[in-house]
Design a protein around this ligand. Sequence first.
Ligand SMILES: CN1c2c(nc(N)[nH]c2=O)NC[C@@H]1CNc1ccc(C(=O)N[C@@H](CCC(=O)N[C@@H](CCC(=O)N[C@@H](CCC(=O)O)C(=O)O)C(=O)O)C(=O)O)cc1
Ligand SMILES: N[C@@H](CCS)C(=O)O
Ligand SMILES: [Zn+2]
Length: 763
Amino acid sequence: MTKIISSNLGYPRIGEKREWKQALEQYWDHSISEKELLDKTKKLRLENLKKQQDLGIDLIPVGDFSLYDHVLDTSVMFGVIPNRFDYHGGKVSLDTYFAMARGVKHAVASEMTKWFNTNYHYIVPELESIKPTVTENLPLTYYKEAKQELGIDGKPVILGPITYLKLSKGYEEKDFGHLLHAFLPLYIQVFKELEEAGVTWVQLDEPIFGTNLSEEILANTRQAYEAIQDEVPNLNIIIQTYFESVVQYKEVVDLPVKGIGLDFVHGESLSLIQEYGFPKDKVLAAGVINGRNVWRADLENNLQLLADIKQTVESDRLIVQPSSSLLHVPVTKEQEEDLDVTIKGGLSFADEKLVEVVTLTEGLKNGKQSVNEELQKSKQELERLRNSTLRTNKEVKANIENLNEDDIKRSVPFNQRIKKQQEHFHLPLLPTTTIGSLPQTTEVKKTRTAWRKKQITTNEYEQFVRDYIKKWIGIQEELGLDVLVHGEPERADMVEYFGEKLNGFTVTKYGWVQSYGSRCVKPPLIVGDVYFDQPMTVKEAVYAQSLTDKPVKGMLTGPTTIYNWSFVHNDVPRKTVLNQIGLALRKEIEALEENWIKIIQVDEPALREGLPLDRNKWQDYLEDAVYAFKLATASVKDDTQIHTHMCYSDFQDIFDTIDALDADVISIETSRSHGELISTFEENTYNKEIGLGVYDIHSPRIPSKEEIKQNINRALKTISSKQFWINPDCGLKTRKEEETIEALKTMVEAAREIREELLTYQK
Ligand SMILES: CN1c2c(nc(N)[nH]c2=O)NC[C@@H]1CNc1ccc(C(=O)N[C@@H](CCC(=O)N[C@@H](CCC(=O)N[C@@H](CCC(=O)O)C(=O)O)C(=O)O)C(=O)O)cc1
Ligand SMILES: N[C@@H](CCS)C(=O)O
Ligand SMILES: [Zn+2]
């Protein structure tokens, strides 16, 4: 018998039925007290721990739980609380915690951005004028709770100092070393207390090591980890990386810690250990089960992978685990009663993945024969899925092979077609619009749920959708917006909806994954070749257009976003699937155009978010994304206006890609980054039209007119008013009706005033 152990890196917080989300939203609505919220979430946390214990996981993570976001938890643990939240020391209250995440009347929320290349968003720490201090040793609290309540000797999970600081804002690169120096004693204090409490293993998450770090940061990293080792020499710290292999492998595996966790699913970790070896004094935590996808593992292949790893690392120094936290996959497939059996057979959500981890650990300990039955089962299920008729469509394959350069070119360049568009639309200076979705009220969600449960008929549901559209076209006209939207009431989600409509996709009933705060998404599954079946958005857009003389924007989700926010099978190359989606959307766009929808927005919010961690892989990714977008959009007439939208502000790096999409108008989120994006336009020339979000839609806070005008004026210092559109940062589906109307009213008034000022000035 060897000492191989099984481990997990993080478990979904939300609960099988999104109990976590419900509790949080009830607290925010004041329908439950703080105590009730804490009781409900504790119950869920303990159930999750118990489940992992029952499944046979040896090293169970604690402290991976959060009431909103684990990066925010780290900020709160270290007293990194911006001055505007009026924090004066001591334990941070729950209300301050949520204020940082969601904003309050007197203070805007902290910025939120994507967590590496996932659809999870974290709250960006603001390091300006803070004095870091340990306000509460959160991992210790969670460790003690697991021990007392369940007798679990958990593995505290902590966000590592290099990743934490690199994800923060409010300092200059040259000050990284000083900052690290300021945070080190805090980390050491947390570690010492954990050691005193009897903690055996600590998981120190450093996914930043999958990105390209400078020599200076690596040198700082080395010093920091040496200091940690000096102070807590007996604590078994595992530096945990994921989502990519480690870019500066030799430097990272050489850091003075007990173990290194590597992702053997994404990137090239196996080649790296084979080429450069792995230190003899360290434990290798091998992430072999995909923590980012929902497909069953081929356990025989995985055992072979572990056997290959064993050529370099002895069994008694191996930990078997998922490639990343299971935060990014749904809880369990057990509840999916309506799924096709072949598809269900091929699935593995968080709980099933933990069973796979345990099986592999058994197989590695006791030999392949000991788990033969499970190995055969996984092979059969995957083969059944691969051979199923759902998988392949020969016509789609041929269409993709016959693509040529003309398919991705608009007939004339932007400067010619924009004139035709202006003649067609006659829009005012600084046109106002929204990003697409309007409030998804409880009534909307309940009605859709009732329709799905067959409690109301399709006719009744469609009438409800039409009533919603009619009401909101009226509101938008009254508000004086220039380009209207139908509001997307028929869509629970901008990706899932297309998954419901396109061939090659299927959707789940309970496959929820956290996206930000209490907001969850249900990514659709791409099970086979993707193709257009029937118009997906035409009915609603045409109805909306029939109600107004103002232009109504058709609203689609782009290929890269659909791809990145779905669970995709790996049998077909990424590029091929992107182009399949691109071709399907092209048909939809042609159908919209035939029905006189002349402005069509193709959202690509996930394009920037999905960038590979390793910069060396960016170019291929971006080229494929641009190709598929153009495939979807290039066939339209010159006077049809293509819009795109992206909700992020980190734009500098991919400026050329944005330009290459050749969209006539782009809208981008700006307000949470407080105008940083605008500086990008000082350094680059962008001649197409652009709308920089003028207020934050993630917060219930209603912006003032002055604030919006300030945002617009700041942008107009750099971008010509002739190119500029006025819109919120992103869709409004998460906002309440009154908030939305009030905020849009303010936005339109702000736009009008600035328009008048500009026109007066020009006279
Ligand atoms: C724009 N963003 C998106 C991202 N990813 C996506 N896939 N989609 C996006 O729009 N990533 C980046 C950004 C920010 N992310 C999000 C993510 C999620 C939301 C959001 O609002 N999610 C909703 C879930 C919406 C949904 O699918 N609802 C269903 C289910 C309705 C339901 O819960 N019914 C209840 C009864 C009704 C009730 O009482 O409320 C029931 O069944 O019990 C639907 O509408 O049909 C969320 O609430 O989390 C926004 C931005
Ligand atoms: N049209 C979508 C884009 C979100 S990124 C919406 O408005 O919700
Ligand atoms: Zn958006």
